[in-house]
Design a protein around this ligand. Sequence first.
Ligand code: FES
Length: 145
Amino acid sequence: MYTEKVMDHFEHPRNVGEIENPSGMGTVGNAKCGDIMRIYLDIDENQVIQDVKFKTFGCGAAVATSSMATEMVKGKTVQEAMSVTNKAVCEALDGLPPVKIHCSLLAEEAIHAALWDYAQKNGIEIEGLEKPKSDISEEEEDEEY
Ligand code: FES
């Protein structure tokens, strides 16, 4: 049911933990299952993401997608990090079962929430970034990748 990459990131998740005094932090909940994801970002003066950590009360797919998503945003600028969508993360993991797509949204939403927090604190604008929703809407689960 799960690809090797998903199993690898689930069994050996990268970047689990927290960052003290993060540049940005975002917490989101998944309305479907009640799971929670928190992302911490350490961003330097050039707006480059130097470090990123996550913590979750989530399922294996949420762990795997967050692990992959954190690997993908690390070293990117805050603007480049916007290209790390749940679709990109799912592709990098060689796919997720459709029923688990909503889990991957948690990672994207939490990263966006953390970027939003950073942008607010620093008075900057990140193109394409919208104020985070605290929950994930019902419709999004029907999207297919
Ligand atoms: Fe809740 Fe996957 S079932 S995040």
